[in-house]
Design a protein around this ligand. Structure first.
Ligand code: C2E
Ligand code: MG
Ligand code: MG
Ligand code: MG
Length: 280
């Protein structure tokens, strides 16, 4: 009897696994088709200088509409990474975003581009060449491009990653640590790689003004960043009191729904026109 029950449990478990495998295979096939059929889009979230409120950069964020259903990046980036599709997808995002930001700069809007990297993208054989090509083809100056990586990409067996990122930095590209403070890396990795910027994770910013420990930690990260000569960006600013505290702490830049939501290229066009009008 017990054996019977156990057997049934295994069957139920296997059915779950089967459904999971099927779902993943379907997602992989859909991703491949989406890439061929140009179903991906890039949105841009403005990053502002907290002292002046000027837009200093936009962060490119990939978007996928699977039919009429929006799939969040966190749901398809893992499978895209597992299947290797992340490599052509990332190349498309890179070229598209460089081209668009170069266009905005041509209208004499002095903004930079921040781009998220995936681990597999960096270890792909032609990564450095692909970035150089994107810059050359678009005319975007290397110094206007910031590449964002997370701490995890810089720890275990990361010699190849660190070497490639250092090579790009030697060309003038800037490097940022995204989601700073959430990784399991020690602070020593900040010496391994010459970074220009840290982006404080929203889990710290969310506690500003309502959680003493998180407020203290945010203040400490801002000070640490400045002492190391880095640009410090706060992410996930949603409430006015967070913005006020970050300004008071001297945090360099900010990003979040309170400042601006991610928007389409047309949205950025519009933002640029109003910005340039106001500063003219
Ligand atoms: P991330 O690089 O840390 O990007 C910030 C995420 O926070 C974005 O989510 C953005 O829409 C969201 N966000 C911005 N302001 C606020 C706010 O005030 N409140 C809240 N709750 N969220 C805010 P998104 O677009 O869903 O992207 C999630 C993650 O997926 C990104 O985190 C990044 O790690 C990854 N990702 C997005 N686009 C790309 C891409 O093109 N390539 C790669 N490799 N990864 C990407
Ligand atoms: Mg990012
Ligand atoms: Mg982040
Ligand atoms: Mg993130």
């Amino acid at each position: 009897r017990a054996k019977e029950m156990g057997g049934r449990r295994v069957e139920v478990f296997a059915a779950h696994m089967h459904a999971d495998v099927v779902r993943r295979l379907e997602l992989a096939a859909d991703l491949r088709r989406a890439l061929q059929e140009n179903q991906f889009a890039v949105e841009y979230q403005p990053v502002v200088d907290l002292a002046t409120s000027r837009v200093t950069a936009v962060e490119a964020l990939v978007r996928w509409w699977r039919g009429s259903v929006f799939v969040p990046p966190e749901q398809f980036l893992g499978p895209a990474e597992d299947t290797g599709l992340i490599v052509p997808l990332s190349e498309w995002i890179l070229k598209e975003a460089c081209r668009e930001v170069a266009g905005w700069r041509e209208s004499s809007w002095d903004i930079g581009l921040s781009l998220n990297l995936s681990a597999r993208q960096i270890t792909a054989p032609r990564f450095v060449e692909t970035v150089s090509e994107a810059l050359a083809e678009s005319g975007l100056p290397a110094s206007a491009l910031t590449l964002e990586v997370i701490e995890e990409m810089l720890v275990e067996d990361a010699e190849d990653t660190v070497a490639k990122l250092s090579e790009l930095r030697a060309l003038g590209v800037r490097l940022a640590i995204d989601d700073f403070g959430t990784g399991y890396a020690s602070l020593a990795f900040l010496r391994q790689l010459p970074v220009d910027m840290i982006k404080i994770d929203p889990s710290f910013v969310s506690g500003l003004g309502c959680d003493e420990t998180l407020t203290l930690l945010t203040r400490t990260i801002v000070r640490l960043g400045h002492d190391l000569g880095l640009i410090v960006v706060a992410e996930g600013i949603e409430r006015p009191e967070q913005l006020e505290l970050l300004r008071e702490m001297g945090c360099t830049r900010g990003q979040g729904y309170l400042v601006a939501r991610p928007m389409s290229a047309r949205g950025v066009d519009h933002l640029m026109r109003t910005t340039l009008q106001n500063t003219a």
